[in-house]
Write a protein that binds this ligand. Structure first.
Ligand code: UDP
Ligand code: MG
Length: 328
C-alpha cells in the first residue's frame, strides 16, 4: 500500500504532532494557554508535543515553563539567549519540533487552540499545509485592520510569490513542508513569505481571530512597519523598479519643463521670476532622489546582513520533559 507522504508516520520522528509556541513576556497568558491547549492535545488519538520557544523574555515566562516541565510530560522549552524576534523564535521552534506535522500558534490565544483537532483531521486527509485564514479580527483597532488589509494587497501586487491574504503564522505543516522551509537559511526572515515560497498542497480554513487573553501586543507599530518593509523587500525587487520608474517620470517632467521655460523666454521674454518654482522643484527632486537611494539602500543593507551569515538565533538551553505517550 502506498501511503501519501504528507500522512506517513516518519520513523525518525517520535511524535505525530508538535505544537510550536513563540513566547516573549507572556507570563500572564501562559497559564491560560496551558489550561486550554493541554486537554485538547490529550484528547487527540496521537502522540503530541508542545514546544515553547522563550524569545528572551524579561518576565517569569521561562522559569514558569521550566517548572511546568517538571510536572507535565510532552513539553519542550528552547530558550534563546536574548530577544531575537518572533520570526527567529519560530525558526528555532520549527527546528526543535520533531513531529510528523507541526502547528504554529501564538501564546496569547488569538489563534484558538480548539481548532487544532480540525487542522489535524484535514492534514490526515492528505494535504501538506493547513492554512488558517482570519475571517475577522476582534480587539484590533480600525487603523491596524486597515493597514493590514492594504499591506497584504500591496505585498501580493509586488511579489511573484503569492502570499495569501489575511493569514498569519497560525497553520499546520507536514514534515516535508517543515523540512523544505528549514532549507531556506536566509537571515531576513519574513515567515509568511517564506511559508508561501515553499508552496506544497494547501487547504485554507477560515477562523475568527480572537482578542489577546491578557497582556499587550509585543509588536509595536514601529516593529510592524519594519516587518512590512521586510516583507516588501524580501520577496521582490519591484521597489527597485519603482525607483527607476519614478526617476524616468520625473526626468521626463524635468525635460518638458525645461523646454517650456526656454520657449517661454524666447516668446515672451524672461521676467527673471521663478524663485518659488525653483525651490519647489529642488525639494521635489531631492525627495525623489532620497527615496530612491533609500530603496536601493534597503537592498544593499539586506545583502550586507546576508553576507555576514550569522546564525538566525542563539540558543541558551533546551529543556525537555519525559515524552508523553498516548494511551488508547
Ligand atoms: N513574540 C516573540 N518575540 C517577539 C515578539 C512576539 O516570540 O519579539 C511572540 C509573542 O509572545 C506571541 C506571538 O509572538 O506568542 C505574537 O505576538 P503578539 O501577540 O504580540 O503579536 P500580534 O498578535 O499583536 O501581531
Ligand atoms: Mg497577538
Amino acid at each position: 500500500m502506498i501511503i501519501p507522504c504528507a500522512r506517513s508516520v516518519n520513523k525518525n520522528y517520535d511524535v505525530v504532532l508538535s505544537v510550536v509556541v513563540p513566547v516573549f513576556n507572556e507570563y500572564t497568558t501562559l497559564p491560560v494557554l496551558l489550561e486550554r491547549v493541554l486537554p485538547i492535545l490529550d484528547a487527540l488519538p496521537i502522540d503530541t508535543q508542545l514546544v515553547f520557544v522563550d524569545d528572551g523574555s524579561h518576565d517569569e515566562s521561562a522559569s514558569y515553563l521550566a517548572n511546568m516541565l517538571e510536572t507535565k510530560g510532552g513539553l519542550k522549552l528552547v530558550k534563546l539567549s536574548r530577544n531575537f524576534g518572533k520570526e527567529a523564535a519560530l525558526t528555532a521552534g520549527l527546528e526543535y519540533a520533531t513531529g510528523d506535522a507541526v502547528i504554529v500558534i501564538d501564546a496569547d490565544l488569538q489563534d484558538p487552540p480548539e481548532l487544532i483537532p480540525q487542522m489535524v483531521e484535514v492534514w490526515q486527509s492528505g494535504t501538506d499545509v493547513v492554512l488558517m485564514q482570519r475571517r475577522s479580527r476582534q480587539g484590533e483597532s480600525i487603523f491596524k485592520r486597515l493597514s493590514a488589509h492594504l499591506f497584504y494587497r500591496l505585498l501580493n501586487h509586488t511579489s511573484r510569490t503569492n502570499i495569501p491574504v489575511d493569514t498569519g503564522d497560525f497553520r499546520l505543516m507536514s514534515r516535508r513542508a517543515v523540512d523544505a522551509l528549514m532549507s531556506l537559511n536566509e537571515r531576513n526572515r519574513y515567515m509568511k513569505g517564506i511559508f508561501a515560497w515553499v508552496g506544497m498542497p494547501t487547504i485554507v480554513l477560515q477562523y475568527d481571530r480572537e482578542p489577546r487573553v491578557a497582556g499587550k501586543t509585543k509588536l509595536s507599530y514601529s516593529k510592524l512597519v519594519g516587518l512590512a518593509l521586510e516583507g516588501l523587500t524580501s520577496f521582490s525587487i519591484s521597489p527597485l523598479r519603482w525607483a527607476t520608474g519614478l526617476g524616468l517620470v520625473t526626468a521626463t517632467f524635468g525635460v518638458l519643463f525645461g523646454i517650456w521655460i526656454v520657449i517661454k523666454a524666447l516668446v515672451v521674454g524672461d521676467a527673471t521670476a521663478g524663485y518659488p518654482s525653483i525651490v519647489a522643484l529642488i525639494t521635489f527632486f531631492s525627495g525623489v532622489q532620497l527615496l530612491s537611494i533609500g530603496i536601493v539602500g534597503e537592498y544593499v543593507g539586506k545583502t550586507y546582513v546576508e553576507t555576514k551569515q550569522r546564525p538566525i538565533y542563539i540558543k541558551e538551553d533546551v529543556l525537555e520533559s519525559a515524552p508523553k505517550k498516548h494511551t488508547e
